[in-house]
Ligand binder design. Structure first.
Ligand SMILES: [Zn+2]
Length: 415
């Protein structure tokens, strides 16, 4: 009886302590460190940070996790989402996405969420309001979205965003986009695009540009954009695209998840709702969203064949590819869609290890976030422990054993 009681007390205490930042030792675990695979090693985390990596580390007061048959990865980063509230960040973390990079949200919400961070939410960085013209992309969702027209307004526009808390500057540039409608949305001139990028750089901020066409991509890269927030539609990618991006040291966030829902015939998300590793953690609303497409998908008039081609060109030229989904647009949802995005990169021709890099060390490098994206001593203990070898089968990222945010293990709620 006493033994049973002490067992219960021990379990209770260990559970309580586990919710805090108890040191954890992952023993004999396969590690993807953000760039390469270490077949078997130990990893010790303590006080929210990665402390040590190496074989046969002393246990000390750490809780031991048997890593046999498992792979430890840096927490995933989705570099193109729109944060709509605390639920956004909670759902992302359930799927091992420990950091979300927002590409347009109201600054009031950004401040509110940053002030109320908690262990069960992914952390995030935000663009706040994007740079766009009156009636341009970004204004159609309502709210008081600030706009600009001339290059002379760029400096004040960027200063206002930084004052509101923007971590980087997002620019909406829809030149050359054929939506199949008579009235194309207005967009920034090339001169204003260049002026906003220059103003962002003057204030040490990245300029990330939304584009929807090959022309838009080319103009944005030539104007000095640090990154493109999408790949472009079309039947083929121009031969020099990868070289253009590489020569300008820019990065690209492909967002194939949302492009599938634009071009059709069905969304990429419709595959994810059937995945036995993802489905139990998806709400009904998230499942419905994953199955949706844009009206354009039903017309069958648009082609997205250029995107996987462009992705291969980027890989061949060594340009930086940064994974992003554009959740919660139709066909996508927070967290789960990033796993589908990585699978599509592998289908396009990347190796699974290259795909894993796009959601870990590559976004940390592109967005200058040095405390995460890799497994190395001193970095945040944002970690994803999965069953299997995702460097051999990318879908193993969905077979989640545990998620840690800054060293705290998440209790993953089923829905
Ligand atoms: Zn977006």
């Amino acid at each position: 009886m006493r033994t049973m009681l002490s067992c219960v007390v021990y379990l209770l205490l260990s559970t309580l302590a586990f919710g805090q930042k108890t040191p954890v030792l992952f023993q004999k675990v396969r590690v993807f460190d953000g760039a390469k695979i270490i077949p078997e090693t130990d990893v010790l985390i303590a006080k929210g940070k990665i402390k040590e990596i190496g074989p046969d580390l002393p246990v000390g007061d750490a809780k031991v996790v048997d890593g046999t048959g498992k792979t430890l990865l840096p927490g995933l980063i989705d570099a193109h989402v729109h944060v709509h509230g605390a639920e956004t960040l909670e759902q992302a973390l359930i799927f091992g996405v420990t950091t979300e990079l927002d590409m347009m949200m109201p600054p009031q919400l950004e401040r509110q969420l940053k002030a109320s961070d908690s262990d069960n939410r992914a952390s995030f960085f935000s663009a706040g309001y994007p740079a766009t013209v009156p009636g341009g992309h970004g204004t159609e969702y309502g709210g008081q979205v600030p706009t600009l027209i001339t290059a002379s307004e760029a400096e004040a526009f960027v200063e206002n965003r930084i004052r509101e808390g923007s971590d980087y500057i997002k620019i909406m540039y829809t030149a050359g986009v054929d939506t199949g409608r008579m009235n194309l949305p207005p967009t920034l001139s090339r001169a204003t695009l260049a002026a906003v990028i220059a103003a962002a750089h003057k204030h040490q901020r990245l300029a990330v540009v939304h584009i929807g066409s090959e022309l838009g991509a080319r103009n944005a890269i030539e104007a000095g954009a640090d990154g493109l927030a999408h790949l472009f539609r079309g039947h083929s990618s121009p031969r020099d695209f990868g070289e253009l991006v590489a020569a300008h040291h820019a990065f690209v966030i492909p967002t194939l998840s949302v492009m599938h829902a634009v071009c059709g015939p069905e969304s990429a998300g419709s595959r994810l709702v059937k995945d036995p590793h993802l489905a139990p953690y998806l709400t009904r609303a998230a499942k419905d969203r994953l199955k949706e497409t844009f009206p354009s998908a039903r017309s069958g008039l648009l082609s997205c064949e250029a995107a996987p081609q462009a992705l291969r060109q980027l890989e061949e030229t060594g340009a930086l590819i940064v994974a992003g989904t554009d959740a919660p647009n139709p066909g996508t949802t927070y967290g789960a869609s990033l796993h589908g995005e990585l699978e599509m990169y592998v289908e396009a021709g990347l190796t699974p290890t290259e795909a894993l890099t796009t959601a870990t060390s590559a976004p940390a490098q592109a967005f200058h976030i040095p405390d995460r994206g890799r497994i190395a001593p001193g970095l945040r203990a944002d970690l994803l422990l999965v069953n299997g070898h995702p460097d051999e089968d990318i879908r193993a990222t969905r077979n989640i054993q545990a998620v840690y945010k800054a060293g705290v293990q998440l209790d993953r709620p089923r829905r």
